[in-house]
Design a binder for this molecule. Sequence first.
Ligand SMILES: C[S@@+](CC[C@H](N)C(=O)[O-])C[C@H]1O[C@@H](n2cnc3c(N)ncnc32)[C@H](O)[C@@H]1O
Length: 155
Amino acid sequence: MLQHRRGPLVDIGSGDGRIVIAAAKEGFPAVGYELNPWLVWYSRYRAWREGVHGSARFYISDLWKVTFAQYSNVVIFGVPQMMSQLEKKLELELEDDARVIACRFPFPHWTPDHTTGEGIDTVWAYDMSTFRGREKRYKQLSHVYGLEGCHLETA
Ligand SMILES: C[S@@+](CC[C@H](N)C(=O)[O-])C[C@H]1O[C@@H](n2cnc3c(N)ncnc32)[C@H](O)[C@@H]1O
């Protein structure tokens, strides 16, 4: 889902670091934020052992306390309850060139640009440029039809 893309990558809730390490091996400057310190220490050790400690960095951090504005590639494998709030956070923070990859649990309101896999292995890709284009068209139409204030998906 991130083939042929460049730029910094973040895995939100990086667990044992496997996504960040794989991304670093593909040439991305990659960062993981993870609440569990043991997993962060283990991830750093893995990155060092696999020779990518220069381009794979891990921080002990709560995802709600950091900004993802600087990342153009965002990966998330979270839990369903967080997806709605995370969607709003990413809408506010990400640049138009960002692509977001959601594993297992999709975002509730965004429409994916690409989907792959099936069942619990389904992965969705969302391009912020598409989302912003739809948002802009909606704003223009809502002005014409007097729908200001309605949620994009509801309207
Ligand atoms: C399903 S695992 C995904 C791990 C990894 N991204 C992967 O795909 O293998 C979700 C991870 O998110 C972490 N997590 C949950 N809430 C978090 C939060 N508020 N801030 C940072 N990490 C969090 C958990 O500790 C867990 O390691």
